[in-house]
Design a protein around this ligand. Structure first.
Ligand code: RB5
Length: 133
């Protein structure tokens, strides 16, 4: 299982933390930018991650901006992408189990590192329940 990650400048600071957290769990992560704190347009990075996830159907994506809103809106414009904006572990778990979300979005300005860890744990552990969903 490979993860593609993308952020804008407002998600740039937490990105190394997320990458390291996933790698420690044995997850392969590819960083698709942005690579500096210079101001950028978040849809460009949403598009990069969406294209990568659509190319490799076993992969997942993570998109982070200031609030997670712009990234989730931009990502959900791509057919085949189910991006879920999750600011708590329960939503992250249900996004996988009920919605079969393939991209996790959150806001660096909304969640601290501890909450980010719990969101990532719930997302990673979650599996699509199928059936009525
Ligand atoms: C950038 O300042 C901020 O607007 C962006 O990261 C995001 O929160 C948009 O939804």
């Amino acid at each position: 299982m490979k993860y593609f990650i993308g952020t804008d400048h407002a998600g740039f600071e937490v990105k190394p933390f997320v990458i390291e957290y996933l790698q420690k769990k044995g997850i392969e992560v590819e960083d698709l930018g942005t690579y500096s704190s210079e101001s950028v347009d978040y849809p460009d990075f949403a598009s990069k991650v969406c294209a990568a996830v659509l190319k490799d159907e076993r992969s997942k994506g993570i998109l982070i901006c200031g609030t997670g809103l712009g990234m989730s809106m931009a990502a959900n414009r791509h057919e085949g992408i189910r991006a879920a904006l999750c600011h708590d572990a329960y939503t992250a778990s249900v996004a996988r189990g009920h919605n079969d979300a393939n991209i996790l979005c959150f806001g660096e300005r909304i969640v601290g590192k501890g909450v980010a860890e719990s969101i990532l744990d719930a997302w990673i552990a979650g599996c699509f329940d199928g059936g009525r969903h």
